[in-house]
Design a protein around this ligand. Structure first.
Ligand SMILES: Cc1cc2nc3c(=O)[nH]c(=O)nc-3n(C[C@H](O)[C@H](O)[C@H](O)COP(=O)(O)O)c2cc1C
Length: 169
């Protein structure tokens, strides 16, 4: 399949966007994610793919707990903050309303449609993203919502491009 056809297919399905947050040893991290999916009904499992170039990925490797915040069409500013800045040189949580869950994972006050996740496994298939498979430990769904989608974020320049990852010689 050509790159063009793959790109056309992926643009056509237009995935919803989430912000994944995590924490390890007091270090908080979070980024905008378009690669994510339910992966089991019972038990309830959810997968998230993190770019190896991201600060969030490096913190996630040291963490077993995550929160997924489903963004709504009102959350463009949150998408921009978490998708264009890097925790390497910016505190993305500064000035935001958030609380910490019992594992120290930030829960964003502006994004109440969310799930808490516990890591089951990490799969590195040699590509530019790593799959984190998780068990859903809790979920909060205060009504239905219109998701913010990748097509709403095409103007955003990611804080890190996936080509920035370290490559094994
Ligand atoms: C529309 C869009 C979708 C993105 N999807 C993903 C994704 O699925 N996984 C990922 O790790 N990064 C994804 N990113 C990139 C990160 O959100 C971005 O590089 C971020 O600034 C990284 O921050 P960090 O270095 O603090 O982790 C996406 C960015 C945008 C703009």
């Amino acid at each position: 399949m050509s790159d063009d056809a793959f790109g056309t297919l992926m643009a056509s399905i237009d995935p919803p966007l989430i912000v994944l947050t995590t924490a390890a040893e007091g270090e908080r991290a979070g980024c905008l994610v378009g690669f994510h999916a339910q992966s089991s009904i019972s038990p309830q499992h959810y997968c998230v793919w993190l770019s190896k170039a991201n600060h969030t990925y490096r913190v996630a490797l040291r963490s077993a707990h995550f929160a997924v915040h489903f963004l709504t069409d009102q959350d463009a500013a949150t998408a921009e903050r978490f998708g264009t800045l890097s925790g390497e040189d910016t505190d993305k949580f500064a000035g935001l309303d958030f609380e910490l869950d019992p594992h120290g994972v930030p829960l964003l006050g502006a994004c109440p449609h969310r799930m808490s996740l516990e890591r089951i496994a990490v799969l590195d298939d040699g590509s530019d993203h790593v799959c984190i498979t998780t068990q859903v430990s809790s979920a909060s769904a205060p009504g239905s919502f219109e998701p913010l989608r990748v097509s709403d974020a095409t103007h955003l320049v990611p804080g890190h491009s996936s080509e920035e990852r370290a490559i094994q010689p």
